[in-house]
Design a protein around this ligand. Structure first.
Ligand SMILES: NC(=O)c1ccc[n+]([C@@H]2O[C@H](COP(=O)([O-])OP(=O)(O)OC[C@H]3O[C@@H](n4cnc5c(N)ncnc54)[C@H](OP(=O)(O)O)[C@@H]3O)[C@@H](O)[C@H]2O)c1
Length: 324
């Protein structure tokens, strides 16, 4: 089968389409014919091999040990392992696999869910990592409640658009932070207020919040803390590596003195309960995936280049059907 493979660290051009062995599911796995997958930061950051620390933590110092890319996917179950109970060949599913930019992938049952019929394969492939990150950031780390005043910083990217919609679903009052070109889009997904970060610094506005969900953005931890209400929480999900490490290392120390909590979600944990929860919201139209562009597998280098050089509105999807 065809798959996207990278054998050295570097720019998008290190990705090649190669002929690799079709995977064989074990007793607990399903084999999926992949229709679409989407690009996440977890694909391009390790691939770049920079900063060097990432290689130590991740995937080999001189060259990548795991040469495959992609995790989000949607597709059809083709074969099931002997102990698989929930799925049948032919089921349309979406979820998580290792090496999703490929014609086939294997997943354990707990990493997939049935795709709602009202969304396309492309839309379903845009969901798993981004929506689970938003859900776990707001609900688990952020303990969001109806009526909360919530800031979503980095509101117009893959994670942020789901975060606006989920925060509205949970009944919060949402302030979205993005740039001018995305103000209207953020409003259209339910943001009550929108701050253009190129013109205004929300940490200096005088407003106070119950929850700041920082998907992207570069204020200092003390600046975030100053605009939290008593018992408020700051939750870091992304941004620069220094921002993430700062939240992970200094956040716990800064949380000791009063009720305000500075925290990070670490790595989002893919699990079936959350996929089922999201599938129900997709089916009910409570959340809608947003796709900036779709590319065929043969144009995957161009797709990564687009994601890394621009700030896409929502997700960029790789279509595995078009190249045949
Ligand atoms: N922890 C996890 O498991 C996990 C999982 C997935 C993603 N992430 C992280 O989440 C982050 C978000 O990923 P993403 O794919 O949603 O999109 P992204 O491309 O990293 O971020 C896009 C968003 O950030 C905004 N933005 C850019 N510069 C900003 C600044 N200086 N101040 C405030 N906002 C700024 C953009 O606004 P405009 O486009 O309007 O300018 C847009 O809303 C990444 O850092 C990624 O590593 C973490």
């Amino acid at each position: 089968m065809k798959a996207a493979v990278y054998r050295s660290y570097g720019p998008p051009e290190v990705i090649k389409i190669e002929e690799v062995e079709k995977p064989v599911p074990n007793d607990h796995q399903v084999l999926i014919k992949i229709h679409a997958s989407s690009i996440n930061a977890a694909d391009y950051r390790p691939r770049s091999g920079s900063p060097f620390l990432l290689r130590l933590l991740n995937n080999g110092i001189l060259k990548p040990k795991n040469t495959r890319l992609g995790s989000d996917f949607s597709g059809r179950v083709e074969e099931i392992g002997a102990r698989v109970k929930q799925f049948q060949p032919g089921d349309q599913v979406f979820g998580f696999t290792n090496g999703a930019f490929a014609e086939y992938g294997c997943s354990k049952e707990s990493s997939i869910v049935i795709k709602p019929a009202n969304i396309s394969f492309e839309e379903a492939a845009a969901v798993p990592v981004a929506a689970i990150t938003a859900l776990q950031g707001l609900r688990n780390a952020g303990a969001i409640q109806a009526g909360y005043k919530v800031v979503i910083q980095g509101a117009s990217g893959g994670v942020g658009i789901f975060a606006i919609q989920l925060a509205k679903y949970f009944g919060a009052e949402v302030t979205a932070v993005c740039s001018a070109r995305n103000v209207e889009m953020s409003r259209s997904f339910g943001a009550d207020y929108v701050v253009d970060y190129t013109k205004e610094n929300f940490t200096q506005s005088g407003n106070r919040y119950d929850l700041i969900f920082a998907v992207n953005g570069y204020h200092s931890l003390p600046a975030y803390k100053r605009v939290l209400l008593p018992q408020g929480r700051y939750v870091c999900a992304g941004g620069s590596l220094s921002q993430i490490f700062e939240a992970m290392l200094l956040g716990p120390m800064m949380s000791r003195k009063d009720g305000r909590k500075m925290t990070s979600i670490g790595i989002a944990k893919i699990n079936q309960d959350d996929l089922v929860f999201l599938a129900r919201l997709l089916k009910d139209g409570k959340i809608v995936p947003v796709i900036d562009r779709c590319y065929p597998l043969t144009a995957i280098v161009e797709a990564f280049r687009y994601v890394e050089d621009t700030l896409p509105k929502g997700k960029v999807v790789i279509n595995l059907e078009n190249h045949r």
